[in-house]
Design a protein around this ligand. Structure first.
Ligand SMILES: Nc1ncnc2c1ncn2[C@@H]1O[C@H](COP(=O)(O)OP(=O)(O)O)[C@@H](O)[C@H]1O
Ligand SMILES: [Mg+2]
Length: 352
């Protein structure tokens, strides 16, 4: 639904050059909620602004719903007609809502509809429909100043949906909100994704956001995507930074005469008594150093750090047993094999 290839963005200001995007290949499937996470300055906002051509990429292409936006003329407010039309089908939600304080809630939602040239009656019908959809039917005549942060963001979302977009882009939409309001806004995005089949690309610096709503995620560092995949793929990738951050497990890993192993249980494997089977089958004592169960992207996931007596070589068979049960098994304290520079650093299906 959204594909960028070789996307770069270099800002030039006062004789200095800043490379904000350095060859980004992103692929967001139709109907998924895709999270891009990274620290401040990683290039996340530049990425999202290049996806809807608010910024013109320095090089590379952006395709949304099969249309190559980079081939269309103009940029920012000087976009040509075709680009403006394409952009009206991409909704955008902002961290600071960007509502006009002098206009009522309904008038704020009507604004993009005015630009699209809808008549007064059609505009007001559509705006009220959208406000109903985001749970604000009773606030149509209020002004932004009379709303809470969460309500303002609901107005922002209603406005973003005015052009019946297939794609919604969200740049830190919940970063100005408290945790409870964040949850309700994320739930709204999830509901819209499911009810309207909306594809959502969201940018965040908060791991909890990825954890609660995203089907897929990418980690951005210094203008590059360093990891990406569905959340299940990431959790099943040895050494994945995103997986470790999504699902941390603690416990000491040192020791010569013992083997420490991280076991990840996905889906129904989480409910099977694998550890007691392992203990009984091989007659070994297993210590549990750390464990957690959680729901990630709507799926039950468990992670456990266990200790087996003896060196790794002595435990090849029990570890093989765990892998045969369909579990992800990582030997703790071992670095995963480095990815060669020449290979795209994308998570591949069935990666060992
Ligand atoms: N309009 C701009 N002009 C110059 N540099 C910019 C501009 N916008 C962003 N940058 C720089 O590009 C880099 C990436 O910024 P940004 O995309 O905003 O990252 P993020 O959203 O992840 O915090 C930063 O070093 C930032 O200072
Ligand atoms: Mg940003």
């Amino acid at each position: 639904m959204i594909t960028t290839s070789g996307l770069t963005k270099v800002y030039r200001s006062r004789g200095r050059e800043v490379t904000a995007l350095d060859g980004v290949d992103l692929h967001v499937r139709e109907g998924e909620v895709y999270g891009v996470i990274g620290q401040s300055g990683a290039g996340k906002s530049s990425l999202i602004r290049c996806v809807n051509l608010l910024e013109r990429p320095t090089s590379g292409t952006v395709t949304v719903a099969g249309q190559d936006l980079t081939a269309l003329a103009g940029r920012g407010p000087r976009a040509g007609k075709e680009l403006r039309e394409a952009r009206s089908r991409i909704g955008m939600v902002f961290q600071h809502f960007n509502l006009l304080s002098s206009r009522t809630v309904q008038d704020n939602v009507e604004l993009p509809l005015e630009i699209l040239g809808l008549s007064g009656q059609a505009r007001s019908r559509k705006a009220l429909e959208l406000l109903d959809l985001v749970g604000l039917a009773d606030k149509a005549r209020s002004y932004p100043a009379q709303l809470s942060g969460g309500q303002k963001q609901r107005v922002g979302i209603a406005r973003a949906l005015a052009g019946d977009p297939k794609v919604l882009l969200s740049d830190e939409a919940t970063s100005a909100l408290d945790p409870e309001t964040t949850r309700s806004i994320l739930q709204l995005l999830r509901d819209l994704n499911q009810q309207l089949g909306l594809t959502v690309l969201l940018i965040t610096h908060e791991m909890d956001v990825v954890k609660s709503v995203c089907d897929s995620a990418a980690l951005m560092e210094s203008g590059r995507i360093v990891e990406s995949g569905t959340v299940s793929e990431l959790l099943a990738t040895p050494g994945s930074e995103l997986a470790a951050a999504l699902f941390p497990v603690s416990g000491d890993t040192t020791g010569d005469d013992r083997t420490v192993v991280d076991v990840t249980f996905l889906g129904e494997a989480a409910t099977r008594p694998v550890i007691s089977q392992l203990s009984r089958t091989y007659n070994i004592d297993i210590s549990i150093l750390g464990a957690a169960m959680d729901t990630v992207a709507g799926k039950q996931v468990g992670r456990m750090r266990i200790e087996l007596p003896g060196r790794f070589e002595d435990n090849v068979v029990p570890i093989g047993f765990l892998r045969e049960q369909g579990l992800q098994v990582d030997i703790a304290g071992e670095d995963p094999a480095p990815t060669p520079e020449s290979e795209p650093q994308l998570v591949k299906e069935g990666a060992k």
